[in-house]
Design a binder for this molecule. Structure first.
Ligand SMILES: Nc1ncnc2c1ncn2[C@@H]1O[C@H](COP(=O)(O)OP(=O)(O)O)[C@@H](O)[C@H]1O
Ligand SMILES: [Mg+2]
Length: 258
């Protein structure tokens, strides 16, 4: 076991980002254990994407610090970018390429080539269950299959930390389930830390071992789904989430609109 950084892959201290008057991320203190599946749960506009952009070395914080795999996100931003993988919120994909060609292209951008690259592509395609379709153009793929290829492209250079920003939000339920299963399988297979942004409590519950809830830029609670449910004294993670983000919905009154 590598116990570099005492088993912590991501550590932030008072991490903050403002855009003019908007406080997108406020004084976030967070530790994510190596090898965990961390769910970053919060409503639209909570600050999830901004946090991920800072942690993957793409955007500088306004104040505060963070280390990813022991590297400072400000002074070692390019090393952070090389050692992490990112599936952005709205990724682009070249639909006139096959899955293999697309992954070869992404591999080349990450300085991978030859046998190493092709072995990784073959292994990921088989993990993804895409063997047999790998030479078909991506434009013929379903949305779930495309998303799988994009997840593969974020993992191709074998990053030890991978950020997935809303990996199932744009998918229909069956494609979402496919991608959920894939993340499960990959997390079992690889010694990778998964940092997954979502606004879906069911996703966090099914896929993540630890969840952090962010609301209006502030990290409100961190714990296992069961711990969060217990500490809020409600029945399930969805109710806990609604209570925490202050949007408690009275379903009885919603149903008695007449
Ligand atoms: N580049 C930007 N310029 C100005 N405001 C931004 C920018 N990016 C994000 N914001 C604002 O920061 C807040 C957090 O956004 P974001 O991190 O995208 O939230 P989430 O991913 O949780 O939906 C929102 O109010 C958003 O409008
Ligand atoms: Mg977002």
């Amino acid at each position: 076991m590598t116990s570099r950084n005492n088993g912590i892959s991501i550590k932030t201290h008072l991490l903050s980002k403002t855009f003019g008057p908007v406080h997108a991320v406020r004084n976030v203190d967070l530790e994510v254990a190596s090898g965990s599946r961390f769910g970053f749960l919060g409503p639209n506009g909570a600050g999830k994407t901004t946090t991920v952009r800072m942690l993957s070395g793409l955007m500088k914080p306004t104040s505060g610090t963070a280390e990813v795999l022991g590297m400072d996100i400000l002074s070692q931003a390019s090393d952070v970018r090389k050692s992490t993988g990112l599936l952005p919120e709205s990724p682009g994909l070249y639909s006139k390429l096959s899955a293999t060609e697309f992954l070869e292209f992404i591999g080349t951008l990450n300085s991978l080539k030859g046998e190493v690259l092709h072995k990784r592509i073959d292994r990921l395609l088989s993990l993804l269950g895409l063997e047999g379709r790998q030479d078909d153009l991506l434009e013929t793929y379903s949305s779930g299959m495309k998303q799988k290829v994009l997840v593969a492209s974020a993992l191709l250079h074998e990053p030890r930390v991978v950020f997935l920003d809303e990996p199932t939000s744009r998918l229909d339920p069956s494609a979402g389930a496919l991608v959920k299963d894939l993340i499960h399988a990959l997390a079992e297979e690889m010694e990778t830390t998964f940092f997954i942004c979502t606004h879906q409590t069911s996703f966090a519950e099914d896929v993540c071992d630890i969840v952090g809830i962010i609301n209006d830029g502030a990290l409100v609670v961190v714990g296992s789904p069961a711990e969060i449910v217990t500490s809020t004294g409600v029945d399930d993670l969805e109710d806990a989430y609604l209570q925490i983000i202050g949007g408690k919905i009275d379903r009885t009154s919603l149903l008695s609109w007449r």
